[in-house]
Design a protein around this ligand. Structure first.
Ligand code: PRP
Length: 207
């Protein structure tokens, strides 16, 4: 493998497509390198000495932190949840959504102690309530979080909200926005120092 190659870990789906659009527009990568319709997971842009790994959203920080990739693109939500020791180089501004607390419409918004909170983001949820002095029991789920308050599994959820349609369609309301999230370009710490010249070029191109 060419040592000069830079490897990106991209989360399969919309964020990978938007990253490819940005990198192509800024002439960092060649057009049509990624084929989202194939089952291939690794793509090479030989001309620009770039390699792209399509991984699960939740795995991007792991690849970057452990040096399986030099760079990665991940939502701030995943970055904060992971607590990973990686560089956060830039805010790519796309993939915008908010991390919110929500509950069944009509639920009292004054939090009690010992509430149950369902989420895909246990660390964010725990820290958010801890900073309010509220002890919570976390119910870790992997998706369709909105069902939890409707089935007695939890009093509140902590989840991403984009259009708000999923909350609305399931009789939930946003209680509080915790933070706004966008896609971030992250880098492995030691590899970023070794490959700083190439990474600097990419950072100035995506600006
Ligand atoms: C995400 C998130 C919400 C929904 C918000 O779920 O967890 O459920 O999108 O989008 P909206 O505000 O535009 O309705 P995703 O689609 O990733 O599926 P999941 O339930 O499997 O997490």
């Amino acid at each position: 493998m060419n040592d000069n190659i830079l490897t990106f870990a991209l989360p399969k789906g919309r964020l990978a497509e938007q990253t490819a659009e940005l990198l192509t527009r800024r002439r960092v990568m060649a057009a049509d390198v990624l084929d989202f319709d194939s089952r291939k997971l690794i793509f090479l842009d030989q001309k620009n000495a770039l390699r792209f790994l399509l991984v699960k959203n939740a795995d991007v920080v792991t690849y970057v932190e452990r040096g399986g990739a030099d760079l990665g693109v991940v939502g701030l939500d995943m970055l904060l949840e992971s607590g990973a020791g990686v560089y956060e180089f830039s805010d790519l501004t796309f993939g915008s959504c908010r991390m919110s607390i929500a509950a069944a419409s009509g639920t009292h918004t004054l939090y009690r102690q010992n509430i149950k909170v369902a989420t895909k983001y246990p660390n964010i949820a725990k820290n958010t309530f801890a900073s309010k002095g509220i002890y919570v029991e976390i119910v870790k789920l992997f998706g369709s979080i909105e069902i939890a308050p409707l089935t007695g599994l939890a009093d509140y959820i902590v989840d991403l909200v984009d259009t708000g349609e999923t909350l609305k369609k399931n009789g939930l309301s946003e209680v509080e926005v915790i933070f706004r999230s966008t896609a971030r370009l992250i880098g492995n710490k030691p590899l970023s120092r070794i490959k700083h010249a190439r990474i600097k070029e990419i950072l100035s191109a995506v600006g």
